[in-house]
Design a protein. Structure first.
Length: 233
């Protein structure tokens, strides 16, 4: 039987930091998008965001024993949801891809430049296996919620993402043009029918989102399983 491979403490720290960022970015709570700003619970989200910043700061310092690394991780965890919440939906996909690339490259460059090493080890798994598990878990977290952001951004750019607000405005305009203004009962009946139709569309949208998440999870598990085997053994 082949002996397990090992990795450098710098690479292990990078894998742990990447998993930490994916947990705080995608695994704790849903972040607001610009189209959902009016209906979003900002107070509860602000409390969760503060907790996330404390978590990423404390854990990143415990892993790398570096105040600068901890400050950079806190800044990254803060800027990502704030920028995303102010971007038009058609630019969310590009932002997620660019930000993910930055989260992969920048910590690795800094860790290698500062010669930081991981201070967390376990007797159950060697460093190579811990790093592989961290990278697989980070990838899985990204493809679920980050992948959803990318898909929604692409659909919005293509003009195929359903929007309740746009549909209601279009329905009101169509009813107002077709029905004389005194006939308010007819308008209310038409709007009630449109609300029922919109609720069906939302169910279809949620069903498609679930199917997309399951497809990405299965594909990630298959690819990650092969990658872990190559990485560890």
């Amino acid at each position: 039987m082949m002996s397990a491979k090992n990795i450098s403490p710098e690479l292990l720290l990078w894998a742990e930091i990447l998993l930490l960022l994916m947990i705080t970015s995608y695994g704790v709570s849903a972040d607001p998008l610009k189209e959902e700003a009016q209906e979003f619970g900002w107070r509860a989200w602000g409390a969760w965001l503060s907790l996330r910043l404390v978590l990423v700061g404390f854990v990143s310092y415990s892993l790398g024993n570096s105040w600068l690394l901890s400050a950079v991780m806190i800044l990254a965890a803060l800027l990502q949801p704030l920028i995303r919440s102010r971007l038009p939906m058609q630019w969310v996909a590009e932002f997620e891809c660019f930000w993910m690339l930055a989260l992969i490259v920048m910590p690795l460059m800094y860790i290698r430049h500062a010669h930081l090493v991981s201070h967390w080890h376990t007797a159950l798994l060697n460093d190579a296996r811990v790093g592989a598990v961290c990278l697989a878990a980070a990838t899985l977290l990204f493809v679920i919620r980050g992948g959803t952001h990318i898909v929604r951004g692409i659909l919005r750019k293509a003009g195929t993402l359903p929007s309740q607000k746009d549909a209601i405005v279009a329905e009101i305009a169509a009813v107002a043009a077709a029905v004389p203004l005194p006939h308010l009962d007819a308008i209310e009946a038409e709007l009630t029918a449109s609300e029922v139709e919109l609720s069906i569309d939302v169910k279809e949208l949620n069903r498609g989102r679930l199917i997309g998440n399951l497809e990405r999870i299965v594909l990630t598990l298959v690819v990650a399983g092969a990658a872990i085997r190559l990485w560890v053994f």
